[in-house]
Design a binder for this molecule. Structure first.
Ligand code: ASP
Length: 436
């Protein structure tokens, strides 16, 4: 059976098994000894350990992969003058799609009115964190010490360093060529590590989901059903309709193929709820299975995982309207524009780890003049939504990467169209594109 299918099956089995455990652990008449064995040893012991090892092994790849891949990409970009336009296009698409995502979320939320019939009965105990000044945020993109940036996993700093390094390689003549070939070899080796660790995925995905669903009561969804399903509807709409239209309109490609090839990436995003931990798989898929040349993907995918979060912005858009409706606040037109702007920026500032979108929501609420304690209203269902929105976040990264690569002639359509390209166990390097 292919790895993709095994990963998909382990996802379904993990959710079912976890839900079953949840019933057992909370059901009446279950002997204490069974409860302890299942709860403490199986869920709190085995599943917890396997799940954490799996996430750690994915995260372990992120810094080496981003560094090496971006150095290769930027040093191999034949025509130096393309770097600027690629960066500008990528940023415009990332920010543009996020703004569209929030706007659609606001429309859906106003139209459906998920908070109109919800009674306010929440203790206001949400801690607001203070946002750092904009100047500091900007300065913080530039590393003063690349080793520290890598040690702390500061993605934007690593990107800046790698771009500069790659650029210098391309200008350094013969020594540059030697170093470039070293990094190309390194890239093949690190990609191989990704493939090897992906073999762990069926166990890791199962453990993460079984643990989550055994501890999370699905009952929370019932109380917040209107909110939950509104966010879910917008997420699906964005992933299946907006991205498909973009792919057709800007790149003339069939979205079906993207959807088919994204499936395993979605499972990773769904089970880890982290675009950061999913990054190695996203990058591999975009390069080897979808045909985006490394010179573009090496830049767009890590950047996207860090700043492009359409799914997060969608949750924030719906949540803001929901909270306004529950508190009986009427939002003005200005408030809506403020929400679009701040949710776009807040999603840029959201770290690619679980649950941070909920924290940056405080920024949006504050700007819109809404009570930040409202976040307590939606916390109960946030983990589940986080899993789905992370899948949307990484789809946005892949879609924009393809569009930018296509417009720059750094895209191999044959690879995109070939359903078997870069297939799971294809450990050969045939799927690798020739370098520019
Ligand atoms: N978990 C999301 C991600 O990593 C961020 C968030 O919305 O909390 O993409």
């Amino acid at each position: 059976m292919s790895l993709t299918n095994r990963i998909l099956i382990s996802m379904v089995v993990g959710v079912l098994f976890g839900s079953l455990l949840n019933l057992l652990l909370h059901g009446a008449g279950v002997p204490e000894v069974v409860r302890t064995a299942l709860g403490d040893y199986l869920v709190g012991g085995l599943f917890d350990v396997v799940g954490r090892i799996f996430v750690a092994s994915l995260k372990l790849l992120v810094v080496p992969l981003v560094l090496v891949s971006l150095i290769c990409g930027s040093s191999s970009l034949g025509d130096r003058s393309r770097m600027g336009p690629i960066a500008v296009k990528t940023l415009v698409f990332y920010l543009g799609t996020t703004a569209v995502a929030v706007s659609v979320a606001l429309l859906f939320a106003v139209f459906i009115g998920p908070g109109n019939h919800v009674a306010l009965g929440v203790e206001a105990n949400f801690q607001v964190s203070v946002a750092p000044p904009l100047a500091d945020v900007l300065v913080d993109i530039f590393p003063s010490n690349p080793v520290k940036a890598m040690a702390e996993g500061k993605m934007l700093q690593i990107i800046v360093f790698a771009l500069l390094f790659g650029y210098a390689i391309s200008r350094a003549g013969e020594p540059g060529r030697r170093i470039a070939s070293f990094f190309r070899d390194m890239e093949s080796v690190v990609m191989k590590m990704v493939e090897v660790l992906m073999e762990l995925a069926p166990y890791g995905v199962f453990a993460l989901l079984a643990k989550l669903f055994s501890t999370m009561g699905i009952g929370a969804i019932l109380d917040l059903a209107a909110y939950f399903f509104t966010v879910l509807a917008v997420l699906l709409f964005h992933a299946l309709v907006v991205y498909s239209l973009m792919l057709r309109g800007f790149a003339g490609l069939s979205p079906r193929i993207l959807i088919a090839k994204m499936r395993p990436v979605w499972v990773f995003a769904f089970s880890t709820a982290s675009s950061g931990a999913t990054l190695p798989v996203t990058l591999r898929t975009v390069e080897r299975r979808m045909g985006v040349h490394n010179s573009v993907a090496g830049f767009t995918v890590p950047l996207g995982a860090t700043i492009n979060m359409d799914g997060t912005a969608i949750m924030q858009g719906v949540a803001t309207v929901f909270i306004a409706q529950v508190y009986g606040v009427d939002l003005s037109m200005t408030a809506f524009f403020t929400i679009i702007l701040t949710a776009t920026l807040a999603s840029v500032g959201t770290a690619a780890v679980p649950g941070v979108g909920l924290i940056t929501l405080a920024l949006v609420l504050e700007q819109a003049g809404l009570p930040v304690e409202g976040i307590a209203l939606i916390i109960g269902v946030d983990r589940l939504l986080d899993m789905v929105r992370t899948a949307v976040n990484v789809t946005g990264d892949a879609t924009v990467s393809i569009i930018v690569a296509r417009s720059e002639n750094q895209f191999d359509e044959q690879v995109y169209l070939d359903p078997r390209a870069g297939q799971d166990r294809d450990f050969s390097d045939e799927g690798v594109l020739p370098r520019a």
